[in-house]
Design a protein around this ligand. Sequence first.
Ligand SMILES: [Zn+2]
Length: 318
Amino acid sequence: MIYAGIDLGGTTIKGALVSENGEILIQKAIPTGGERPHVEVVTDMANLILELMSTYGCDPEEVAAVGVGSPGSIDPENGVVVEANNFADFRNVPVREIMYGILDKPIYVDNDANVAALGESMFGAGEGQKNCVLCTLGTGLGGGVVIDGKIFSGAYHGGTELGHTVIVADGEQCTCGRKGCWEAYSSATAIIREARTAAEADPESKIHEVCGGDLSKLNAKMVFDAADMGDASAIRVKDDYIKYLGLGLTNMINIFQPEVMMIGGGVCAQGEKLLSPLRKILEREVFAGQFYKIKFRTATLGNDAGVIGAAMLGKINE
Ligand SMILES: [Zn+2]
């Protein structure tokens, strides 16, 4: 069978047909147009699947189900996006009902971070293991938890906000309203904020050089680059970042004890520069020395995790 997936993003809607082995057979992205009424956006999502089936040339009967990964708060039982504030008109959107009316197939909807974790657990860094945690280090710190092959999101599907667990009491202000959340220390946004502050206090810092003198252009890679050049301020920022990341990952492993602990996001392009010191922290900190049992890896599917995971909602719900 073939499974169809939609990854609804702020700027693009990605659609794909995916084989049961997780291989993308065909894919296409279209602009989201998130300022439009929700019926138009969701209708576009359904029409994109129709177009992909037609271009790929498969019998519509071969497509078993359609899965949708959406940002925001989701009610997977009813296939409703409760609220996604990236879009103008996304409150209580009956995605299942609208798409079913056009496609006449089972429609599954879940949160985008959750479906990315599902995709990675089945066909990415998780390699088919049943118990996996993915933490994505981006603008925020998103997380998804797969337990026994299924997405775990709590009793009311608002759980596994892994980034909004406090690791420093009365610490940095987080976007969620709390202070000291893990996200405020370990997102890409956090390392950039700290590097800017460090550079402003240290006019000689190489951090100024790596961003061409414009701190507003700073990214996480540049901070690592400045640290590689031996810059003391950058090294301090990087080491602190890794310390807090290791602390939060230890918490996740102590709570879930996954078979595979995965991290994703642009920062992971640093590879061993990031992983090696993290492993040292995890070996030391994970409860009862159990880290050796856990596979600790960077995500491998990149931007395809969302659309593959969304498609697999159909497979795991069969
Ligand atoms: Zn928070």
